[in-house]
Design a binder for this molecule. Structure first.
Ligand SMILES: *Cc1c(COP(=O)(O)O)cnc(C)c1O
Length: 369
């Protein structure tokens, strides 16, 4: 059993994929070719915003967004510590300071009241991540951002395809970013990402930044990057996008089966009212995580921990800030094998192994204190 398994999906799209890749080899426009333009239009419509700017990775999408908003030395950006490193990393790369805020229980997303308590005169932006597949409370975050005249950068790398109040993830930021890393809900076969915005001026700036700050051929108006999406990756994404909505449905079924099989013995993920999740991870909580992981590994079941060390405890980002919910989550979270095509046999095996562990060890799996 694999933790991520892309083989079923690949078999399903094989013919379309080969046709699309063949077309790119034929026309030969490997950088910013027509597939990139088609993908941008397709994804902007899906998300429900005016502009999608395709870039080279989810990390670059964050960098491009921060550059477009003018974040730089002396600025503070409020962001989660319980997150993948990329957002804090790009903030620091620009000479700004990540200010870590705590998360809510039980859904691991930023707590709006905690964001508010960390706003200072130096705050330049709020950068939430939509962790594990669902959005934080954007109504509250937007109200706060408007009151303080701050832009919001939504990191939708894990939530692409999810909704809140009927709107798609990727539409909740002044700029939103996403990643198409192979194992994300919508993934390609390499590195790629995108930025989304409704703001014409920001979109134009981001198009320029991703291509060496050009405003025309060899006309460099600003400092930029080489962060263009490969045409081949855009072709892969068009093939995968064609089956993305049915795959989101399959993800809901897999998550519901885990919930039904495990909800009485451990803390299963909870989806906030008004949200749908795309289940970038299916993450439960257990108290004796190392023992549970080892027992599952012995039974041939791979697991992962997202994330074992919060960023404020990492050498590169050390901070004395106290984030109790973040620290608690980091000690307990455990992600189970998940993909839209997980077979009922495979899934029943994961559930049965966890139930056996529960019977053997009494209440040790329970972590709902
Ligand atoms: C994966 C991920 C990223 C980075 O995406 P890459 O495409 O790997 O650069 C950024 N933020 C979050 C929340 C992620 O999960």
């Amino acid at each position: 059993m694999r933790f991520h398994d892309l083989r079923h999906q690949q078999a399903r799209i094989e013919a379309d994929l080969k046709r699309r890749l063949g077309a790119v080899l034929e026309h030969g426009q490997f950088i910013l070719g027509p597939e990139v333009t088609t993908l941008e239009a397709t994804l902007a419509e899906f998300v429900g915003v005016r502009h999608c700017v395709a870039v080279a990775s989810g990390t670059d999408a964050l960098l491009v967004a921060l550059l477009a908003l003018g974040v730089g030395p002396g600025d503070e950006v409020i962001t989660p510590s319980f997150n993948f490193v990329a957002a804090a990393e790009m903030i620091r790369l620009l000479g700004a300071q990540p200010v870590f805020a705590d998360i809510q229980r039980p859904n691991y997303n930023l707590e709006p009241a905690d964001i508010e308590s960390r706003i200072t005169a130096k705050t330049r932006a709020i950068l939430p991540a939509d962790l594990f597949g669902q959005c934080p409370d954007y109504a509250a975050i937007h109200a706060l951002a408007e009151r303080c005249h701050l832009p919001v950068i939504e990191d939708a790398a894990q939530s692409f395809g999810a909704t809140q109040a009927g709107r798609r993830a990727g539409s909740f930021g002044t700029i939103a970013t996403t990643s198409f890393y192979p194992t994300k809900p919508l993934g390609c076969y390499g590195d790629a990402g995108a930025c989304f915005t409704d703001h014409d001026g920001l979109a134009e700036r981001m198009r320029s930044i991703r291509n060496h700050g050009q405003s025309g051929p060899y006309v460099h108006t600003r400092i930029g990057l080489n962060s263009r999406m490969d045409t081949l990756q855009a072709a892969v994404l068009l093939a995968k996008f064609a089956i993305f909505e049915p795959e989101i449905e399959l993800r809901q079924h897999v998550a519901a089966r885990y919930h039904a099989g495990l909800g009485d013995i451990l803390t299963t993920p909870s989806v906030a009212a008004g949200n749908t999740s795309v289940w970038a991870q299916y993450t439960v909580e257990v108290t004796q995580r190392d023992r549970v992981r080892a027992a599952l590994a012995t039974a041939g079941i791979p697991t992962a921990v997202h994330y074992p060390t919060p960023l404020h405890k990492q050498a590169a980002y050390q901070s004395s800030v106290r984030l109790p919910n973040t620290e608690r989550a980091a000690q307990r979270v455990l992600s189970l094998p998940f993909n839209p095509y997980l077979s009922t046999d495979e899934q029943d095996n994961v559930i049965a192994q966890l139930r056996t562990l529960h019977l053997k060890s009494g209440t040790e799996l329970e972590a709902s204190l």
